[in-house]
Design a protein around this ligand. Structure first.
Ligand code: AMP
Length: 219
């Protein structure tokens, strides 16, 4: 198993890129920490109940809570696949937890890919984002519209706006990113794992640039 970390602020397009890559490269799988948490909140698991208040405020959930969810997920993951980690790690302790998970599962870190996006574009992307609550496909009110307005192309469910994508919470999430997650960029640069992609083009152009920049998997 190998891992590619997707780094970037909320709204930088990590989820959309992962979605596109899983269509282009069948060995790639999308693992979104936010989706894991939202599913746990919806199913009212103990972890979900613990995470909900922090998520509603746009703050991070405790490191051990999300770290254990990622570890449990990867313990059952397909050993021949490449996992695109979207949203994890987000803090230095989480990066250390990921190192331990990789060691324990004999997995390798292939790259940490930073989607570099100007802040005005981030705000527009997040507040215009709509998601399918059933299959998690991501849309945008102007740049990535479904065929039928307001409904998912895949399962026809009515699209929703995530509570934490509302403007009042978004500014706080960006501040949390700048303070807590952005330092991981230096960490992976020092380890010579960082690839930076300008992320203001189309989803297809970013996916192509990603695949062209990616080093081969370690056998
Ligand atoms: P996302 O879908 O990645 O934007 O995540 C939505 C929310 O889930 C975040 O604002 C956090 O509250 C929580 N979350 C997701 N991933 C993590 C993580 N790695 N560490 C802490 N909180 C997280």
């Amino acid at each position: 198993m190998d891992i590619i970390i997707l780094l970037g602020a909320p709204g930088s397009g990590k989820g959309t890129l992962a979605q596109r890559l899983t269509q282009l490269a069948p060995s790639m799988r999308h693992l979104s920490s936010g989706d894991l948490l939202r599913d746990a909140v919806k199913s009212e698991t103990p972890a979900g109940r613990q995470a909900k208040a922090a998520m509603d405020r746009g703050e991070l959930v405790p490191d051990t809570l999300i770290g254990e969810m990622i570890r449990d997920f990867l313990a059952k993951a397909d050993p021949s696949a490449t996992y695109l980690l979207d949203g994890f790690p987000r803090t230095r302790p989480q990066a250390d937890m990921l190192d331990a998970i990789l060691r324990d599962s004999n997995a390798t870190l292939r790259a940490a890919v930073l989607l570099d996006t100007p802040e005005d574009i981030l705000l527009d992307r997040i507040t215009g984002r709509r998601v399918c609550p059933a299959c998690k496909t991501v849309y945008h009110v102007t740049t990535l519209q479904p065929a039928t307005e307001g409904h998912c192309d895949t399962c026809n469910a009515p699209l929703i706006q995530r509570d934490d994508d509302k403007p009042e919470t978004v500014k706080h999430r960006l501040a949390v990113y700048n303070e807590t997650t952005a330092p991981l960029i230096d960490l992976y640069a020092r380890r010579q794992k960082l690839i930076t992609l300008p992320a203001n083009g189309s989803a297809d152009a970013i996916a192509d640039a990603f695949l062209a920049a990616l080093p081969p998997a370690v056998p």
